[in-house]
Design a binder for this molecule. Structure first.
Ligand SMILES: NC(=O)c1ccc[n+]([C@@H]2O[C@H](COP(=O)([O-])OP(=O)(O)OC[C@H]3O[C@@H](n4cnc5c(N)ncnc54)[C@H](OP(=O)(O)O)[C@@H]3O)[C@@H](O)[C@H]2O)c1
Length: 243
């Protein structure tokens, strides 16, 4: 797909990796529908940076844990004749669920945002893509979706589910829609992570370092622009999963 003049919806696009993905799509000529939930100021700043690249940017605010809000967002875009050519599901929650304290509510919270929301969005937008001229779906998973790490049982399960969902979408929406996933390794530490822990994590990758948001964004661009990849998981983890 040539991104020039196409429209891409990026969830969780206000800051961090989602912002970098949105900017990369915009740099390649796509108009952006930039989704955010609570980061209004960051979303406005990112929208300004996107429009400075000469493309349009529309901001949408939605709590993706609420299916009614997702349906409202999709119907508002439809009402305004916004045709989505590329959907990037990047919004996500990340927190520990150690077995001693994990509970059902945490499971539901993580599943709703990390797996159910991409499912509902892919269904609603994928159907429109199939009716129209097709499109691309890219889900941002995690290397832990196929090699879970300790104390994040529910989070890892959401990402494993997202990988399987991606493959199902790739089959069920073919041939007009392709669906692929990116599985990043350590790219951007949570804000509360200390330098010592960051250094220890860097050592766990074969390349001995953290990646950059641009490494993930480049993978997204590759998956969108290439018209013969469908149902793959592109692992961008510095070799974390092979050591
Ligand atoms: N960071 C890494 O090193 C790493 C590693 C592996 C995989 N990943 C994956 O890469 C993607 C981006 O990572 P990241 O670290 O940049 O993500 P992040 O900062 O943890 O979260 C991205 C965005 O998700 C949105 N979000 C959370 N709950 C939401 C809700 N209920 N409704 C709507 N949006 C919600 C937030 O939007 P608002 O701020 O607007 O509320 C947040 O800015 C994620 O899918 C993550 O799992 C990241």
């Amino acid at each position: 797909m040539d991104l020039k003049g196409k429209t891409a919806l990026v969830t969780g696009g206000a800051k961090r990796i989602g912002r970098t993905i949105a900017l990369a799509l915009a740099k390649n000529g796509a108009h952006i529908v930039l989704h955010y939930s609570t980061s209004k100021d960051e979303a406005q700043k990112t929208a300004t940076d996107i429009t400075a690249l000469g493309v349009k940017c529309r901001l949408v605010q939605t709590d993706l844990s609420k299916s009614a809000d997702i349906a409202k967002m999709v119907s508002e875009l439809k009402k305004d004749s916004v045709k989505i050519d590329v959907l990037v599901n990047s919004a996500s929650l990340y927190f520990k669920t150690p077995p001693e304290s994990a509970d059902e509510k945490q499971w539901d919270t993580l599943m709703d945002v990390n797996l159910k929301a991409p499912y509902l969005l892919s269904l609603a937008i994928g159907r429109e893509m199939v009716k129209g001229s097709g499109g691309k779906i890219v889900n941002i998973a995690d290397w832990s979706g196929f090699r879970p790490y300790k104390d994040f049982m529910a989070y890892c399960a959401t990402k494993g589910g997202l990988i399987t969902l991606t493959k199902s979408l790739a089959r069920d929406f073919a041939p007009k829609v392709s669906a692929n996933a990116v599985a990043p390794g350590p790219v951007l530490a949570p804000p509360d992570m200390g330098e010592e822990e960051k250094a220890a994590i860097a050592k766990t990758t074969a390349l001995g370092k953290w990646g950059k948001p641009e490494d993930v964004a480049n993978a997204v661009i590759f998956l969108v622009e290439n018209d013969f990849v469908n149902g793959i998981v592109l692992v961008v983890d510095g070799g974390r999963s092979i050591v």
